[in-house]
Design a protein around this ligand. Sequence first.
Ligand code: GLC
Ligand code: CA
Length: 538
Amino acid sequence: MLDKTKKDWWKSAVFYQVYPKSFQDTNNDGIGDLPGIIQHLDYLERLGIDGIWLSPVYASPQKDNGYDISDYRSINPQLGTMEDMDKLIGEAGKRGITIIMDLVLNHSSNEHQWFLEAKSSRTSSRHDYYIWRDGTPDTPPNDMRAAFGGPAWTYVPEIGQYYFHHFSPWQPDLNWENPVLRQELYDMIRFWVEKGVGGFRLDVIDVIGKIPDRKITDNGPHLHEYIRELRQKAFKEDTLVTVGEAWSARVDTAKLYAAADGSELSMVFQFEHLCLDTDGKWDPIGLPLVSLKKCYERWQQGLYGTGWNSLFLENHDLPRIVSRWGDDGQYRVESAKMLAAMTHGMQGTPYIYQGEELGMTNIELPIELYDDLEIKNMYAERTAAGYAPKDIMESIYARGRDNARTPMQWSGESHAGFSQAEPWLPVNPNYTEINVKAALDDPNSIFFFYQKLIALRKQYAVFRDGTFTLLNPEDEKCFAYTRDTEEEHLLVVCNFTEETLPEVLPETFRGAETLLSNYPEPSGALRPYETRMLYLRT
Ligand code: GLC
Ligand code: CA
């Protein structure tokens, strides 16, 4: 077990993200719940993780599955009670597992009491908790668009004003310029810290400093002031883990969020490696391996000694990685392991998203069975714009957020052992083959590969401390890198193709110990999706 009284214990830790609605249902209403997480703590302990990032469990009308909070200090009754939450914190703690709560500080639900008061009158004491501008029904303050479609401004006729929402109209943005609002948020955070929560994942923290009048969303001029104030007034304990979700972060700005002096957050959670294609836009399908390798090199070297990164390929907003960059057919097991080794060999704190340790895959559903508001809005907007339904569906299959939100596959029994009732989102039909029970019965499963990776990170300091050197940068098929400290040397080799490639073995690694591989015996070549981790001491 890690010594969590040390202030940067999280540099040696591995986290696991639970999406509560899809993890385990215990009362058979088709929706995962807190007792369901408690039920599987032994499973998570067996995997070896040190902490859980818990997606939002607060009271919420669930327009965006909890990323629309109507009361920050209570638990969504669908998921359980405050007693269940206390029990989860306690039971997890007994197993060396810290609970990191997801915290949405950029916006609340439109059903939050603050918003109800704010929109009731321009003179309400809470009016200024949100962002209002005058206007008439057909003259919004400007033409900014919301991330989930439609305009970013919604009119409230009763008071003749518009409020700003970076996401949906059900998620009005909080006004961080208001110090009273900020203090209210800090008090709420202290409430959870005092309950024993070990840290927070800060939802879209890069947009809290927005200035809508100048159309500035990310990286507003006061953003880092606000984060430093959060650190001083709310995240007082040095041992708290704070993780900032920042889609806009690049190496230079990441050094601010995750500064090594601890003045802001423990680490940044950024997406540049997942948003590459030739013109720098998000591309869910193609994999420009050379750009990816250079992107990792930039981050690994750029943050070395100056900041701290998160390592991940999946979360509840992203498609399943084995379907995206691996092969979810014949080489599903090999490619899932290869992608895991590539990620866990680097410097940073790894995050495993539920089901990733099983190699869960994307799903294709008819449009009416999807739940995600982003998918539904996108379908409606593109249909109205005249796109062909087939093309819209292709895009949803490739990048839709529900790919990652289908219920966790526990067994081959009905509804994958997730529930005895019809789940809120369909189970992936491949559950009969891909499930926890099958994984635990097979010593060569993806689950045990992750277990090994987690154990290696604890055993060898080079995973945490080593420098990063990219080998053969222009090679389009193989990703190979080394990590080095004075005494320890690690080589990670990943074949990203179905082809057999020549072995990559720098002279210095001849005779090195194989820590891990996804094929039983080494051969002179790299087989389809083969990965190898070699280790040496000098
Ligand atoms: C973050 C969350 C996402 C949510 C959005 C708005 O990106 O991860 O699920 O929809 O913020 O809160
Ligand atoms: Ca339930």
